[in-house]
Each structure stands twice: as structure tokens, then as C-alpha cells.
Design a binder for this molecule. Structure first.
Ligand code: KIV
Length: 272
């Protein structure tokens, strides 16, 4: 199960070779040391210190209040306990508006222990930021589809890429992010058919969250998949505590179901 067989820390090289061999990549969010070491024990290969901490830790109704200092603090908390997983951290809202600011912010997250930073959007300016960071040795994961940092612009959390034009633009953006040097792409809340198409066209791994079963890997917010987030969960969230009596068993079930392709099924995916 996952990296536990080898017990070496996961590197980007390992993730790229898993992708090349069609082995599904597991990712979950964590924001603290206890959960980071639990995810290590369960064989989760990649941990994301997501700016979703604005929702699940800080109690805001969006990620936009989260600051780079807060991201660095939580990244350091996770990094201190993480001995195995590849560690991604989100560049939060308005922390990468120009190349110099993006490099300062990324450096702060990497000094805190991140192996890679993630930023939202695939427009021309984000692609330039990705190129600028990668040229300066900062590994980057792009994030396309539903962009939570743009929720106030979008007018809510809505499935993206449903029209033919929107799907074409998203595929072009994914290719542009890859050409700029991104080594992974998170795809959030898009039709499964588009998740499949983007994954087939890219050579870097795609990590889906509501993007269907054909992505190279899957991610969920930890509190969501444990069924402890307040309110109605998004359609793509499965409560892995159902049928399990411990958090550890639930996370191990997630790893098994992602690896085997059982999760996500139709119930947790979007039609076109
Ligand atoms: O912030 C986060 O947790 C994320 C995931 C939802 C992919 O970006």
C-alpha cells in the first residue's frame, strides 16, 4: 500500500514515475503535526497544506483571508512531523500577484518545509508566474477548474468547464502551465470527461477533486472525508468514516479506494 513498501521519502521523481506507470497518487490535506504523522502511517503519498485551512481551521467562509504567514506557520507544523510524504503548500490569495512577490511567498513556504507550491489559475499572468518560479528552482503545481480564491468573482462555488468553450480554454491553460514548468495540476469540480481529456493530453500528473476517476491521483480536504466539516458536503466528498471505527481506518480505506480506482465513483463525480 502506497510508499510504506519502500519507506523512502516521496520525491517528485517518484510521483512522476508512479504517473508513468499508471499508479494512482494519493493526496490529502493536513494543517498540523498530528494529522501529518497519521497520514504518513496510512501511506498517503502527498500532503497538501491547503489554504482551505481558512475554512476548516479558521472558520471563514472562503480562503481569501488566509495570509502567507499563516500558510508558512501551518506548513512548518506539518513539515516537523512529516518524514515520508511529498509536501505541497498553497500560495494564498494575493500572495503571488507579481513575480517578485510570488518568489518571496514561495520562498517562505519552502523555508517552512514545502517541497512544492500550488497556485490557482492558468491565465497568461499565472503562467508567467509559474515560469518565473520554476526558472528559480521553485517546483510548482497549478490548480485549474473551480478556483476557491476567486469565489467572490465567480459568485459561488460552481462546477467549471461545462461548456465546450470553457473546456477548450481549460485544456489550453493546462498545457500552458505544463509548458511553463508546472510538474502537477490539481483539477477541481469539473466534468469527469474533461478530467479524463486533460489527463490524457498532459504528461504531468493531474490530481482530481471532483474531476472524475481518470485523473492521475485524488485529493480531498481531510475534515471533509472524515465527515466532520459542518454543513452539506460538496458532491465530490465521500465520508470515509462510514463503515470505519477509527480515523486511521478511514484514511487507509481512502488510500485503498484511490489506488484501486473505486473512488471516485459516479456518485462523487460531475457529468458534462
Ligand atoms: O486548499 C485546498 O485544500 C485545496 C484542495 C481543495 C485541492 O486547494
Amino acid at each position: 500500500m502506497g510508499y510504506l513498501q519502500g519507506e523512502k521519502p516521496i520525491t517528485i521523481t517518484k510521483l512522476l514515475s508512479m504517473h508513468a506507470e499508471s499508479e494512482k497518487i494519493t493526496m490529502l490535506t493536513a494543517y498540523d503535526s498530528t494529522m501529518a504523522s497519521l497520514l504518513n502511517r496510512c501511506g498517503v503519498e502527498t500532503i497538501l497544506v491547503g489554504d482551505s485551512l481558512g475554512n476548516v481551521i479558521q472558520g471563514f467562509n472562503s480562503t481569501t483571508p488566509v495570509t502567507i504567514e499563516q500558510m508558512a506557520y501551518h506548513t512548518a507544523c506539518v513539515a516537523r512531523a512529516n518524514t515520508q510524504a511529498f509536501l505541497l503548500a498553497d500560495l494564498p490569495f494575493a500572495s503571488y500577484g507579481d513575480p517578485a512577490q510570488a518568489l518571496d511567498s514561495a520562498a517562505e513556504l519552502m523555508r517552512a518545509g514545502a517541497d512544492m507550491v500550488k497556485l490557482e489559475g492558468g491565465g497568461e499572468w499565472q503562467v508567467e508566474i509559474i515560469r518565473y518560479l520554476v526558472e528559480r528552482s521553485v517546483p510548482v503545481c497549478a490548480h485549474l477548474g473551480l478556483l476557491p480564491q476567486s469565489v467572490h468573482l465567480l459568485g459561488g462555488y460552481k462546477v467549471q468547464g461545462r461548456s465546450k468553450d470553457a473546456a477548450t480554454i481549460m485544456l489550453e491553460q493546462a498545457l500552458a502551465c505544463q509548458a511553463a514548468g508546472a510538474q502537477m495540476v490539481v483539477l477541481e469540480a469539473i466534468p469527469s470527461t474533461l478530467g479524463e481529456k486533460i489527463t490524457a493530453e498532459l504528461h504531468i500528473p493531474t490530481i482530481g477533486i471532483g474531476a472524475g476517476p481518470d485523473c492521475s491521483g485524488q485529493v480531498l480536504v481531510l475534515q471533509d472525508m472524515l465527515g466532520i466539516s459542518p454543513g452539506k458536503p460538496p458532491k465530490f466528498v465521500k465520508n470515509f468514516m462510514d463503515g470505519h471505527t477509527s480515523i486511521e481506518a478511514a484514511i487507509k480505506a481512502y488510500v485503498r479506494e484511490v489506488k484501486s480506482g473505486k473512488f471516485p465513483d459516479l456518485e462523487h463525480a460531475f457529468a458534462g
